[in-house]
Design a protein around this ligand. Structure first.
Ligand SMILES: *Cc1c(COP(=O)(O)O)cnc(C)c1O
Length: 409
C-alpha cells in the first residue's frame, strides 16, 4: 500500500488566484462587452531586452553545431561566464565579495526558496512575515515542519510576524525562539523595503541566536532610493547569517525563460543537534548536484547578456516602464484619497481598502464598478485583510485606463 505524505493534506487550498479567476469569469460571462483590466497577477508583460534575445539566438546556433554544442553544465551550478558576471555586477559593484563557488545558478527563485528548507532539520522553528509569499510557508508544511492550520489559515509551529501600516510593513524581531527566518525585500506583496539599519538588526539577531535568514531579493532591481541595500551582504557579518535568493524573472523579464541564482556563503554555519557547527554551502552543493541538473545553456547565455552594457541599458528601460506605472498608480490613488504604500522601490502598490471593506469585498466592488482586477491582501495572510495589491507589471495604457476607472469606485 502506497502511503502518501500526509503533510500535503494540511495545505490550505491554494485558492487565491483560482478564486480571482472564477470571480472574473463570472463577471465577464454576465457582462460580455466589458473589457476587464488586470492589475492582479505578478507576472511581467514587456518583451525581453534585445540584447538577451540576440544572446539566446546565438546560443541556439552554438547548440546546433558540432564544435560548439554543449551538454550537461558541469555540476549544474551554472556556467562560469554567468557566475562571473553575477559576482562582478551584482556584488563587487556594491562592495560585496562573493566567491564563484558560493553562487548556484538555477531555473527559478521559487524552486530555490521552496527547496532550501531540505538541508535544514525538521525541528527548526520557521518565522515568516504576514502577509507572505506562500512558497515559504507551503514548502515547510509539505516537509512536516508545521502542525495543522487554524481557521485563519495560520499553521501551528510557524511564527508569523505581522507587517502592517503601524510597523511600516517591516516585522518586529520575534520574541520567541526561531531558527529560520524568511525575509523578502523589496517585498511582494507590500512593496516595502528594508534600510541598512533594519537589515543590520536582523543580521545581529540571527547571529546572536544562531538562526539563519533566507533573504529573497527577487525585486532588488526595482530599488530607486540610493541608500536601500540591494543585497543583504551589504550588511557587515551577513555572510555568517544569511542565504540570498535572486532571479532574472522580474529584473529581466525571464518568467518564461527561467534563470535564477542563490548565494550560499562559505562562512555560513548551521548546527547538529549536539551543537557541532556544519558549513551550509557544501550541503546545498550536494542537494543541488543530486536533484538538479542545471539551467539550460540558452537561458544562462541570455542571463549573462543582462549584464552587458546594452543589456543593462535595455533592462533598465523596461523597469522604468513598470516603475512609471507604479508612480501613476500611487499618484492617481493618492489623489482619490486612498492610502497607498510601496510602489517606489518595488513594482507592487499595497493599498488600504476604503470604508473598512474586507479585501474580497473591495475586490468585488472594484470589479463591478471599475472592471479592474487586483489581488485581495487577505490572500497573502491574515494581516493582509483590509489591504489590496495592485501590480505595476501591466501595459501602460491599461494602467492609465484602470486609474481613470478608479474614479468611479
Ligand atoms: C516572482 C518571485 C520570485 C521569482 O520566482 P521565479 O521562480 O524565479 O520566477 C521569487 N520570490 C518572489 C517573492 C517573487 O514574487
Amino acid at each position: 500500500m502506497a502511503i502518501i505524505n500526509e503533510n500535503f493534506l494540511k495545505l490550505q487550498a491554494g485558492y487565491l488566484f483560482p478564486e480571482i479567476g472564477r470571480r472574473r469569469r463570472d463577471f465577464e460571462a454576465k457582462n460580455p462587452r466589458v473589457k476587464v483590466i488586470s492589475l492582479g497577477i505578478g507576472d511581467v508583460t514587456q518583451p525581453l531586452a534585445a540584447a538577451v534575445v540576440e544572446a539566446m539566438k546565438k546560443a541556439v546556433g552554438e547548440m546546433g553545431r558540432i564544435d560548439t554544442f554543449r551538454g550537461y553544465d558541469d555540476g549544474g551550478v551554472g556556467y562560469e561566464f554567468l557566475r562571473k558576471a553575477i559576482i562582478e555586477n551584482d556584488f563587487e559593484s556594491r562592495g560585496v565579495r562573493v566567491e564563484p563557488d558560493e553562487v548556484f545558478v538555477s531555473d527559478g527563485g521559487k524552486c530555490d526558496t521552496g527547496n532550501i528548507q531540505e538541508i535544514f532539520g525538521r525541528d527548526n522553528i520557521i518565522a515568516v512575515t504576514d502577509p507572505v509569499y506562500p512558497v515559504y510557508v507551503d514548502s515547510n508544511v509539505m516537509a512536516g515542519r508545521t502542525g495543522a492550520a487554524d481557521k485563519k489559515g495560520r499553521y501551528e509551529r510557524i511564527v508569523y510576524m505581522p507587517c502592517t501600516a503601524e510597523n511600516d510593513f517591516v516585522p518586529e524581531l520575534p520574541r520567541e525562539p526561531v531558527d529560520i527566518i524568511y525575509l523578502c525585500f523589496p517585498n511582494n506583496p507590500t512593496g516595502a523595503v528594508a534600510s541598512k539599519e533594519i537589515l543590520a538588526k536582523w543580521v545581529d539577531f540571527a547571529r546572536d541566536n544562531k538562526a539563519i535568514i533566507l533573504f529573497d531579493a527577487a525585486y532588488e532591481a526595482f530599488i530607486s532610493d540610493a541608500d536601500i541595500p540591494h543585497s543583504i551582504y551589504e550588511i557587515d557579518g551577513a555572510k555568517e547569517a544569511a542565504i540570498e535568493f535572486r532571479s532574472f524573472s522580474k529584473t529581466a523579464g525571464f518568467t518564461g525563460v527561467r534563470c535564477a541564482f542563490t548565494v550560499v556563503p562559505k562562512q555560513l554555519k548551521a548546527h547538529t543537534k549536539d551543537g557541532r557547527a556544519v558549513e551550509v554551502n557544501p550541503l546545498w552543493h550536494r542537494r543541488h548536484g543530486t536533484k538538479f541538473t542545471g539551467a539550460s545553456y540558452i537561458s544562462q547565455a541570455g542571463a549573462a547578456a543582462v549584464y552587458t552594457s546594452e543589456g543593462k541599458k535595455q533592462c533598465r528601460q523596461i523597469i522604468e516602464i513598470y516603475m512609471n506605472n507604479a508612480a501613476l498608480i500611487c499618484e492617481s490613488l493618492g489623489k482619490l484619497g486612498y492610502k497607498v504604500y510601496g510602489g517606489v522601490n518595488a513594482p507592487y502598490v499595497w493599498m488600504k481598502t476604503p470604508d473598512g471593506l474586507g479585501s474580497w469585498d473591495f475586490f468585488d466592488r472594484l470589479l463591478q464598478k471599475a472592471n479592474v482586477v487586483g489581488t485581495p491582501g487577505a490572500g497573502f495572510g491574515p494581516a493582509g485583510e483590509g489591504y489590496f495589491r495592485l501590480t505595476a507589471f501591466a501595459k501602460p495604457d491599461d494602467v492609465k485606463e484602470a486609474m481613470e476607472r478608479f474614479a468611479a469606485v
